[in-house]
Design a protein around this ligand. Structure first.
Ligand code: DAK
Length: 259
């Protein structure tokens, strides 16, 4: 792969994979090739039973500064349909394991949308987020008007989408876009520790929980509650649920096998 790096296991014996966007000369601009490689890599990690959590990151300067403007500048709508970029982006939704975005530097346009496509975002204190498409004569095309609005509410999303201005990590935290802000220098360590904690939980339950939380964006409350209940019942088909509850009663740590 030319545009990303994929490391598994990330640190000794962990069940964590680290995927790094790697086009430093263009601040990790998300070209079509990069997105194909990223989705391929995620799909492979998702089917590897040893992998329990995926971390996605960029460089200190940029998580990603957006889709590749050089590739888009003279595109027609038909070019974009034929390019099937949207389908590639949509495939991110197929990943069943938790993906944590570890963001340092710029997360702009498609970069912000990619971070929002992950399950949660941890930001270094120097991180900057924006949907700057309006400044280059277009609008967000991969969730910036939808996921951002759900994350931070209409007024703030309007302000970001209509001005294209950046917000800093502290603001992103206060507005609910990111789960945690940490010193930039410790971003990877803190993200690893969070990933480790998640990777120690029962993997089947983790996947069912992720699925249920994500459904809340697409369902009425009643349908979402029904969906949640079915996934709750489903966890009782796993040996890990028996192990987890038995371990609690026996006052010992559970040993989860992922089945
Ligand atoms: N694309 C291509 N090249 C980029 C780039 C980008 N998005 N961002 C930066 N670069 C390149 C710069 O051209 C420069 O290249 P050289 O001149 O060295 O050859 C190099 O990276 C370093 O950038 P700067 O010299 O500009 O660095 P600065 O520190 O001065 O500024 C910056 C950093 C991040 C503020 C600035 O580079 C910037 O404003 N970048 C553009 C940000 C932007 O407008 N992003 C939104 C792009 S539109 C869709 C999926 C996704 C999308 C749409 C549809 N579908 C599935 C349908 C997404 C669209 C977008 O993201």
């Amino acid at each position: 792969m030319e545009n990303i790096l994929c490391e598994f296991p990330y640190k000794n014996n962990s069940h964590i994979a680290l995927v790094t966007l790697n086009r430093p000369k263009v601040l990790n601009a998300l070209s079509t090739d990069l997105m194909h490689e990223l989705v391929d890599c995620f799909l492979k990690l998702d089917t590897n039973p040893e992998v329990r959590v995926i971390i996605l990151t960029g460089s200190d300067k940029a998580f990603a500064a957006g889709a590749d403007i050089a590739q888009m500048v003279s595109a027609t709508p038909i070019d974009q349909i034929n390019d099937q970029r949207f389908r590639t982006w949509e495939m991110l939704k197929l990943i069943t394991k938790p993906i944590i975005a570890a963001v340092n530097g710029f997360a702009l346009g498609g970069g912000c949308e990619l971070a929002m496509s992950c399950d949660l975002i941890i930001a270094g204190e120097d991180a900057k987020f924006s949907q700057p498409e309006i400044k280059i004569g277009t609008i967000p095309g991969a969730g910036g008007t939808q996921r951002l609005t759900r994350a931070i509410g209409k007024s703030k999303a309007m302000m970001m989408v209509l001005t294209g201005e950046m917000i800093d990590a502290k603001t992103a935290y206060e507005w609910g876009l990111v789960a945690k802000v940490v010193p930039s220098i410790t971003l990877m360590q803190e993200t690893f520790e969070l990933a480790l904690k998640i990777s120690e939980r029962a993997p089947v339950a983790i996947r069912l929980a992720k699925e249920a939380v994500n459904k809340s964006f697409e369902m009425t409350l009643k349908d979402g509650m029904d969906f949640e209940r079915r996934n709750f019942y489903l966890t009782f088909a796993s040996l890990d649920q028996k192990e987890g509850m038995q371990a609690f009663l026996e006052k010992r740590s559970p040993s989860y096998k992922g089945n």
